[in-house]
Write a protein that binds this ligand. Structure first.
Ligand code: GDP
Ligand code: MG
Length: 296
């Protein structure tokens, strides 16, 4: 099924050994409210999956004021068992949630690291459920002039704990020239504020890697400009996911219209790398810090 994240992109990075285990991956969306986070998650995974797959709602055991929604999807693809965890967060910036909301996001990420740490230090280490967040899609408003102070602040709180992939929300409201400038502006501001975003693994340029061009193409699209689907249009027997306007439609899966496909590809191609960075770099830092705090 091409409409969901396809794990066939996993390019042999999942070893044979893994097939007996469950391949776990967690993705989280973060950003101001109303930017289309829930819509995008739906476009990426849920709408299609609700039909014939198993979706679990996971009990949240954080404080009640937070409204973080966690869902899990179990699937098997080419013999590999996958458990995808999807974390939808309430947007911040609306007066109801106020400041508490970003706190709950950071807490959630920390809490997953803590849980893993405790499980790892426990007796039964064979079956640790890995709920650490491997990828955070950070939604940037297309209405502003660039990053907002709130974005910079929250990204700085998150970037040492989770792989951030920046996204320009509601890209349909920008013209292509505006979008090009906006992307540059965002990249500039991220660098200026020393915010680390997920950097794709570099393929050797002398080594004529078959994926080199594709990687280049994906990398140059960052921050991905996305459009969430609101309608399904049937033309010539083809199903087109789109956003419909009085003047026409924006096709979600058309690379000429937005970067949705590129985002989807990036996640699926680099899933193993996102996991590795999470456990080998981000978690190790977290763990080291935790242990040094215990010592002192
Ligand atoms: P969230 O608060 O970030 O989860 O945002 P929602 O997914 O609930 O969407 C908020 C509103 O924005 C809804 O009315 C959506 O239909 C609309 N929306 C979602 N995605 C897009 C998009 O790509 N473009 C435009 N113009 N509107 C969108
Ligand atoms: Mg939402």
């Amino acid at each position: 099924n091409d409409d969901i994240i396809s794990f066939s992109h996993l390019r042999d990075q999942v070893h044979r050994r893994t097939t007996k285990q469950v391949f776990e991956f967690t993705i989280m969306v973060v950003g101001e409210s109303g930017l289309g986070k829930s819509t995008l998650l739906n476009t990426l995974f849920l709408a299609e999956l609700y039909k014939d797959r198993q979706v679990h709602r996971v009990q949240e055991n954080l404080s009640q004021t937070t409204d973080i929604e966690v869902r899990q999807i179990n699937m098997t693809e080419r013999g590999v068992k996958l458990r995808l965890t999807i974390v939808d967060t309430p947007g911040f910036g609306d007066p109801v949630n106020g400041e508490e909301c970003w706190k709950s996001i950071v807490e959630y990420v920390d809490h997953q690291m803590d849980q893993y740490f405790h499980a790892e230090s426990g007796l039964n280490r064979k079956r640790i459920q890995d709920m650490r967040v491997h990828c955070c899609l950070y939604f940037i408003s297309p209405y502003g002039h660039g990053l907002k102070p709130m974005d910079i602040d929250l990204m700085k709180r998150l970037h040492n704990k989770v792989n951030i992939i920046p996204i320009i929300a509601k890209a349909d409201i920008l013209t292509s020239t505006e979008l090009k400038n906006f992307k540059q502006r965002i990249l500039y501001e991220l660098a200026e504020n020393k915010i680390h975003i997920y950097s794709f693994p570099q393929s050797d340029s002398d080594d004529e890697d078959e994926f080199h061009d594709e990687d280049q193409d994906l990398r140059s699209a960052v921050p991905f400009a996305v459009v969430g689907c609101d309608s399904i249009v049937q033309t010539d027997g083809k199903t087109i996911r789109s956003r419909t306007y009085p003047w026409g439609i924006v096709e979600v899966d058309n690379p000429e219209h937005c970067d949705f496909l590129k985002l989807k590809k990036t996640i699926s191609i680099h899933m193993q790398d996102l996991r590795n960075i999470t456990s080998e770099v981000l978690y190790e830092n977290y763990r080291a810090e935790l242990l040094s705090n215990e010592d002192s």
